[in-house]
Write a protein that binds this ligand. Sequence first.
Ligand code: NAD
Length: 269
Amino acid sequence: MRIAVVGASGRMGRCLLKAVILSKQLELNVAVARSNSPLLGKDAGDLVAMESVNIKVIADLATATEQFDLLIDFTQPEVSLQYLQICRQAGKKMVIGTTGYSDAQQAIIRHATKEIAIVLAPNMSVGVNLLFKLLATTANVIGAHSDIEVTEAHHRHKTDAPSGTALRMGQVIADTLGYNLKDCAVYGCKGDSLARDRQTIGFSAIRAGDIVGEHTAMFVAEGERIEITHKASNRMIYANGAMRAAEWLKDKNCGLYDMQDVLGISKFT
Ligand code: NAD
């Protein structure tokens, strides 16, 4: 499959370029950076310190729709929705790793999947998707008798909090326990009457330095505590997950999928 990567100059964009160039199944055909990027016109291979691949970084995806089959997007929500419209009109598949969508923005993506196939996942690492399954198992056994906290830490440049992954962890736990996440989520902790209701899920976030991504769910019961943690030390895990998602989409024409579908991990419990 011929691949386009947008946000090519970003932290994830560069990992994605490298992963597609190294892939045997996927072929890098289009690389897009923002219109004021100093990298426009440069070779995508040079951008990631690899051999030249004869693909120049361009600014406008709409001019290149004949040249790719699937777009990989790790950018910003508003930007990615512009790319979504281009892909929808041109009938191109997408792998979307961007996080921080509002409910209304997610509805736009869902609507587009009536016409095109999309894998949308806030975290494409295999380990994190396994963690989702472990969370459901744990919540099923001890969730109702525990206080539950989700904590996460990321680098100082990350713009959204809690992370999409932390929210997804909360969603998995809430779904397993039959809670509505909107009603039971408690964000941050400050005040003087904080005695907690058992049927809540607390979220807290750290933004510091160059932390790639760390997530923990704590289930704290009387006398014992379970902590389930995932630590990422290299962004290539997300890019490699995106490659698996792109290959998996090859024979899908429309529909919304996540990494559980791609990895064949049955949904949660
Ligand atoms: P980054 O800031 O390094 O990169 C963002 C990219 O978007 C840049 O290339 C930037 O040029 C581009 N961009 C921003 N505004 C633009 C505009 N107006 N027009 C065109 N391009 C524009 O960020 P990052 O660390 O690479 O993360 C990108 C996204 O991916 C974030 O939403 C992050 O949370 C998410 N992410 C997801 C996963 C996952 O597994 N799903 C993993 C890591 C990061």
